[in-house]
Ligand binder design. Sequence first.
Ligand SMILES: NC(=O)C1=CN([C@@H]2O[C@H](COP(=O)(O)OP(=O)(O)OC[C@H]3O[C@@H](n4cnc5c(N)ncnc54)[C@H](OP(=O)(O)O)[C@@H]3O)[C@@H](O)[C@H]2O)C=CC1
Ligand SMILES: Nc1nc2c(ncn2[C@@H]2O[C@H](COP(=O)(O)O)[C@@H](O)[C@H]2O)c(=O)[nH]1
Length: 327
Amino acid sequence: MENVFDYEDIQLIPNKCIVDSRSECDTSVTLGRHSFKLPVVPANMQTIIDERIAIKLAQEGYFYIMHRFDPEKRMDFVRMMKGKELITSISVGVKEEEFDFVDQLKNEALVPDYITIDIAHGHSNSVIEMIKYIKTHLPESFLIAGNVGTPEAVRELEHAGADATKVGIGPGKVCITKIKTGFGTGGWQLAALRWCAKAASKPIIADGGIRTHGDIAKSVRFGASMVMIGSLFAGHEESPGETVEKDGKKYKEYFGSASEFQKGEKKNVEGKKMYVEYKGPLRHTLKEMEQDLQSSISYAGGDRLDAIRTVDYVMVKNSIFNGDNVY
Ligand SMILES: NC(=O)C1=CN([C@@H]2O[C@H](COP(=O)(O)OP(=O)(O)OC[C@H]3O[C@@H](n4cnc5c(N)ncnc54)[C@H](OP(=O)(O)O)[C@@H]3O)[C@@H](O)[C@H]2O)C=CC1
Ligand SMILES: Nc1nc2c(ncn2[C@@H]2O[C@H](COP(=O)(O)O)[C@@H](O)[C@H]2O)c(=O)[nH]1
C-alpha cells in the first residue's frame, strides 16, 4: 500500500452551496431496515454506553450498539427494549457461551434488530463461524462483523453473511494494540477505510480514530456508511465511567475493552485507561455533531449526506492545524 494518510492529512474541497441555510441539510442515514439521525454510533464500550444511554439514543432516533460486557444482562436488555418498542442492538463475542446465547434468543423468539460481533481480530474462522451461526438462527437480525483492516477480510466476512463490516484495528484513543503488537490501521485509518471500502459491497462502519467532527465527514467521503466513536462520547454527564475531580476540574474515566480494567486481569492487555474532561450533557454533543455535519454537507454542495461521498480532496500531510490546538 502506497500513499497512506490519516484524518489529519486530508482536507475536503468545497463545492458551490445549494442551500440557503445549513438547517436544510439532512444528516440522516439508513442502515438495514432503519434510518437514524446521524451516521454516528457511540462505541460499544463499558465507559461509553449503558442501558440508560441506549434507551435515550433509541428514543431519539440515533443508532446505538449495547456492549457485551454484562453478558448476564443481555436477555433482559433485549426484552426491555422490545417491551418499549425500541430498536434492539446488541454485541456478541465468539466464545462457546455466545453460541448458547444466540440459541436462547432464538428459543425465546427475541430477535435483535442489530447484532454486532465485537472482536479485536475479526478476520478469523471464529468470527466466520459466528456469522454463519447467527445468519442461520437469527436471519432477520442485521449483522455487523468486525473488526478488520483489509479488503480480503471485508470480502470474506461479507461472503460469510455479514450485512456490514467494521473497519479499524488499532486507531482508538485508548488502544495500545499498535504499540504492543506492531499491527493495525493506527496512523492510516482513513486510507485503510478507503482500501476496504473499494472492496466492500455492503456498508462499512469506520471504527476508531475520530478526533474532530470534521473526521466524520472525511469518513463518509472515504466510504463509511456509519462511524463508531469512543473518545468523543466519553466524559459526558450520562457516561458510565467514574467521575473524578482534580484541581477543581471534573474528569471522567474512559478505558479500553481490552484493558486490564475491563478484563480484571493482566492478560493479553491491548487497551489503557485515561481521564477525559467532563463535557456536560450528551445531547449538546449530538446537536453540535449534527450542526457540524450539516455544515459539511453544505460545503459539499448538497443537502444530503451523500453529497459528501463524491467531493474532491487534497492531501495536506499533517499540516491542517498548522501548529494550532484543535480547540
Ligand atoms: N478495534 C481494535 O483495534 C481492538 C479492539 N479491541 C476490543 O477489545 C475487546 C476484547 O477483544 P477480544 O480480545 O477479541 O475479545 P475476547 O476477549 O472475547 O476474545 C475473543 C476470542 O478471540 C480470541 N482472540 C482474541 N484476539 C485474538 C488474536 N489476536 N488472535 C487469535 N485469537 C484471538 C480469544 O482468545 P485468546 O484471548 O485466548 O487469544 C478469544 O477466544 C473487544 O471489545 C474488542 O473490540 C481489542 C483490541 C483491538
Ligand atoms: N486496541 C484497542 N482498541 C480498543 C479497545 N477498546 C476499544 N477499542 C476500539 O477503539 C474504538 C474507539 O476509538 P476512539 O478513537 O473513538 O476512542 C472502539 O470502538 C474500539 O474499536 C482496546 O482496549 N484496545
